[in-house]
Design a binder for this molecule. Sequence first.
Ligand SMILES: C[S@@+](CC[C@H](N)C(=O)[O-])C[C@H]1O[C@@H](n2cnc3c(N)ncnc32)[C@H](O)[C@@H]1O
Length: 391
Amino acid sequence: MDKSDINCEHRCDRHDQHKKGKSSFWMQDSDLVFRKLDLQSGDFFLDLGCGPGDYSIRASQIIGNSGRVYALDRNPDSIADLRNKVVSEGLKNITAEVCDISGPLPVKDGSVDICFLSTVLHSLNLADVEETLFSEIRRVLKPSGRVAIIECKKEVQPCGPPIDMRISPEELEGIITQYGFERISLTDLGYNYLIQFEKAPEILPDQCGQTSGDIVLRPVGVIKNRIVKPFLVADGNGLQMQGDLEDALGKSGEMLEEVSNIIIDESLAEILEGIDEYSHLIILYWAHKVPEDGRSLTKVHPMGRESISKKGIFSTCSPARPNPVLMTVVRLKERKSNVLEVFGLEAVDGSPVVDIKPYVKDFYPQEEVRIPVWMRQLQDEVGKVKSRNQM
Ligand SMILES: C[S@@+](CC[C@H](N)C(=O)[O-])C[C@H]1O[C@@H](n2cnc3c(N)ncnc32)[C@H](O)[C@@H]1O
């Protein structure tokens, strides 16, 4: 059963009998409520589940014609009733609309100063609607906007909803603060309470685009081979090649002829299912031999060649980079259970594997690609040394 079908009329009314009904307005000191709401001339007051609209009318008088009240309720009779009052009292700054507030709110982003819900939340199935409702409220509030909620105290009283429908201020706080709000005040209204929350500041992405803290990479496996030293050694001063190019490429050429084993964590073994159908794979691994100070380099001489002016790390294939994730396309020889035997992996023995993807030629540009002159020269040199070594 929808909770709102339960009769929760507020029959503790202190004032005139004819003012009894589905409103808490007459149950408490409304001057106290509005003092606490601290509305200002020109404010935008959004009354969700406005019912007969007593709060909306009072708010409209305080904020004046430079302000605006938007009163929403899913009950068409309440809205019709409020519209009649608006006309008969000549109020120019209230708009009343039929709307189910558990869905998207027909209100512009960042436009509302105070979003007000009086004795509405207990009638909703909060567990089902809280995410949409409070996210929507957060969306429509201005950066320093507030949400003000009146609810019945969670205690047995001669009026109002049964105790199991009531929500305590602590329960409300526990829910609402999950959606980017901070509690700013709690006021005792007798039968009820008024609790107010402010929209918490956005957590803006930092300059690296992270929303919080570090990114955690979990290695999925390890590389085993005979390459004990990296071909390019990095430290805080830059890159140095081990020996000369001929030497280094000679040694690494020999190694590349050999098989490297990529041992995947046994608990993830099924992650490899289907991989044998590809001839080539892209291996992303962590250059664990790059020291911490190598990670702060921003420019290097490509391949440690001082004859080539320093280039920004991102225009080089330097292993020393802020996040030393390296990539090699390898040829798959065979998969043996959780071990991939591959050719052409130039990673150092013990490198943690970060990720593996299939190499699909068509994913990459098929047209002519442009590279800098210095890179072309380096590649030509590497090509010549390799072919000499093969002779
Ligand atoms: C107890 S009355 C309170 C009315 C008013 N806020 C006040 O305190 O005077 C609860 C109001 O919430 C409205 N309501 C309940 N669920 C709603 C929903 N999903 N969407 C819009 N209004 C809703 C009801 O129609 C009813 O008018």
